[in-house]
Write a protein that binds this ligand. Structure first.
Ligand SMILES: [Zn+2]
Length: 280
């Protein structure tokens, strides 16, 4: 667990600052959280019962697909925007729903003076995220139960194709910081959606995002990232296993449909990156 990220963390029970002693983080009220030997720390309350997020298989698929570079344009555009929009803001970079930590790692490469926090609920994802960058720390938490991050701690908050809790995102973001939100457009992976009968992107998504964020944030910039990816069977399997369809569709049935596709297949990448400033 990276020493430099600890000052940005708070106790999930009493919101007090945490300090590191031996192999654990502790608050002044005596709440303690062991650092896992894989390098991440769980700040989920002990009574927490919820969806544990991405499974080992989903995380493996994600890592394989991202390592092939198919989503690299998202990571570099995100890092560019983060660096330019927040040069003067103090604080760290927080990726909420960080997965294996690849977007955070690219952002930290561009911002050599900052440290980063990878937040996720999946321990399989966090084992990877803990090793994603030498200036990053990985923390288990549940976005819907409050983020164990101090007020105004972040110069940059990233949320990439992940759930968003607007009030919490606003609380942890410094007043001069920026929130960067990556959402799929209706064209994202549309060839696979129609061929494999996957879960479709909701057409109302832009409106829902605006409604969700407008009480706390102003949209100040927006960028489209579009590309045509050339995907093998393995790539298609991986991108399907990473996404929401992995939860909703029978794996054998999807595997059967994938083997009927032509290979390699041209598939559209289409996402929007919104840059948001917190309302004063
Ligand atoms: Zn405490």
């Amino acid at each position: 667990m990276l020493e430099h990220v600890v000052p940005f963390l708070i106790c999930p029970y009493c919101s007090a600052p945490l300090t590191r002693s031996d192999g654990a983080l502790r608050c002044e009220s005596g709440h303690g959280f062991d650092i896992a030997r894989q390098g991440y720390v769980s700040l989920l309350p002990a009574a927490w019962r919820g969806d544990a997020g991405d499974t080992a298989a989903m995380v493996q698929a994600r890592e394989r697909f991202l390592a092939a570079g198919h989503f690299a344009d998202i990571a570099t555009t995100l890092a560019d925007l983060a660096e330019r929009a927040t040069a003067d803001a103090p604080g760290c970079v927080v990726d909420v729903g960080a997965g294996v930590g690849n977007y955070l790692a690219t952002a930290l490469d561009r911002s050599p003076d900052r440290v980063g926090l990878a937040l996720d609920v999946s321990k399989y994802a966090l084992r990877r995220a803990a090793r994603a960058h030498q200036r990053a720390g990985a923390v288990a938490c549940d976005v819907w139960h409050g983020l164990p991050v101090a007020h105004d701690a972040a110069a940059v908050v990233l949320t990439v194709l992940a759930p968003r809790n607007a009030t919490e995102l606003a609380r942890i973001l410094h007043p001069s910081g920026r929130l960067l939100v990556v959402t799929p457009t209706a064209r994202h992976l549309h060839e696979l959606v129609s061929e494999l009968h996957l879960v479709e992107v909701d057409e109302q998504k832009p409106q829902r995002l605006a409604t969700q964020l407008s009480p706390c944030f102003d949209l100040v910039d927006q960028r489209a990232v579009t590309a045509t990816m050339t995907l093998s069977y393995e790539d298609v399997e991986a991108v399907v296993a990473m996404g929401p369809s992995a939860w909703h569709t029978d794996a054998d049935e999807i595997g059967r449909r994938i083997r009927q596709l032509q290979q390699p297949m041209s598939v559209t990448l289409s996402v929007t990156i919104g840059v948001y400033a917190p309302l004063g």
